[in-house]
Unconditional design. Structure first.
Ligand code: ATP
Ligand code: MG
Length: 256
């Protein structure tokens, strides 16, 4: 049975999509069966997995509106080694359309129940908001992975996310927990980042992953080739860190 994780942080540009596609590729690389779900109308995780968002016959939008199953709508990214349930701008409309429907926050969960036996991991890339789309992700998941930069204000936005997760846990999904904070775009030359990285670890302990993702230009270049860094340049420092993170996740789910 798959373990299902949301990659979420309502702050924009913190590395959610980079984390989702590279973790998916890293997990595939170490032999895990992975489904990556793009819940962001920007469709960056779709494009970044080598799937053209403009040519999707079916997408996560169709799944949320129950006009397609995940098996029908997901496609295999052969280069990346994982399945992709893609998204494009159409998904922006789902927000409004879902409002009128029953069980609107549990649509994705219901659809996922049919395919959990097919995968070891399901990773959900969330948009930078705490919207109905993110809520669908949180209601489906066993845990949340929170990428964050080691900056002075890093923790500020976290309060809203933590409160949302607490509410979802209390009212909609008893299984949901924060699996961990992932330190990303880390630059060891910047003293402040070192300090914040260490403070996070000493303050949150086990809730901070051991792996640290460095700032690495190859990770930033990879999306323009329609690939995760892990596939685009496996020898890059950032790619190696994501494979290490994949191994850490494989160990982590053994204790869940
Ligand atoms: P959004 O909130 O818009 O969905 P996001 O949280 O998904 O953004 P990304 O798109 O993953 O963030 O990353 C933002 C930018 O930072 C991108 O240009 C990405 O290539 C770059 N980036 C992410 N991680 C790294 C890294 N470790 N090293 C260098 N660049 C990175
Ligand atoms: Mg993103």
């Amino acid at each position: 049975m798959a373990k299902i994780f949301c990659v979420a942080n309502q702050k924009g540009g913190v590395g959610k999509t980079t984390t989702t596609v590279n973790l998916a590729a890293g997990l595939a690389k170490v032999g895990q069966r992975v489904l990556m779900i793009d819940l962001d109308p920007q469709g960056n995780a779709t494009m970044g997995s080598g799937v053209d968002k403009r040519k999707l016959p079916l997408s996560v939008y169709d799944v949320l509106l129950e006009s397609a199953s995940i098996r029908e709508a997901a496609v295999l990214s052969e280069k990346c080694g994982y399945h992709v349930l893609g998204a494009n701008r159409e998904l922006a409309g789902a927000e409004v359309e879902l409002v009128a429907l029953d069980h609107r926050e549990k649509r994705l969960k219901t659809a996922l129940s049919e395919v959990v036996a097919d995968y070891d991991f399901v990773l959900i890339d969330c948009p930078p908001s705490l919207s109905m789309l993110t809520l669908n992700g949180l209601c489906s998941a066993h845990g949340v992975i929170v990428p964050m930069q080691c900056e002075y204000f890093a923790l500020e936005g976290l309060t809203d996310l933590v409160n949302t997760i607490k509410q979802v846990h209390a009212n909609l999904n008893r299984e949901l927990q924060i699996i961990g904070l992932l330190r990303v775009m880390f630059d060891p030359r910047i003293t402040l980042q070192q300090q914040v990285a260490e403070q996070l670890k000493s303050h949150f302990g086990d809730k901070v992953f051991n792996t640290v993702i460095p700032r690495n230009v190859r990770l930033a270049e990879a999306p323009s080739y329609g690939l995760p860094g892990v596939v685009f340049d496996p020898s890059a420092k950032g790619s190696q860190a994501f494979v290490e993170f994949a191994r850490e996740m494989v160990e982590r789910i053994k204790t869940m």
